[in-house]
Write a protein that binds this ligand. Sequence first.
Ligand code: PNS
Length: 161
Amino acid sequence: MSRVAIYPGSFDPITRGHLNIVERALHVFDRLIVGVLDNSKKTALFSVDERLGQIRKAVGDDPRIEVDHFDGLLVDFAERKGATVLLRGLRAVSDFDYEFQMAHMNKKLFPEMETMFMMTGEDFFYVSSRLVKEIAALGGDVSALVPENVFTALTGKYKRS
Ligand code: PNS
């Protein structure tokens, strides 16, 4: 049986920390679906289409990776995709409360799905999309924290605004 995992998130934008999880997840799962949350209530810097394009370019053309978007409940998306593992990266203890609550809630909603956590790589455990945007907006160098195409997109975005 092939092991399919969903790796969901806002990915606004995808960082090298996320990519580190994607890369390592492929050692554990046969297929990985990167699920981008399309939430009109949350103001994002990049549109869903921009984020999908950025992720696809950053992960390359590995046939084991699918990049798609979802709105509504994550468990419904996972069920539609035939995934039984929900993968999340864990950075610091501060991530834990939110992840703990979400994992249990998702288990209630879709008992067949297991949430699994991967510790974010040591070089990236301090990286977050929020900080990357803040630093880029203030003219700081985030080239080591995001893939090259995202760096270019961030530079373009903040040059225009
Ligand atoms: O990268 P993020 O922003 O921390 O990802 C959060 C995400 C997308 C995983 C979470 O907000 C989510 O699953 N949203 C979809 C709506 C949903 O299913 N909510 C109930 C969660 S228990």
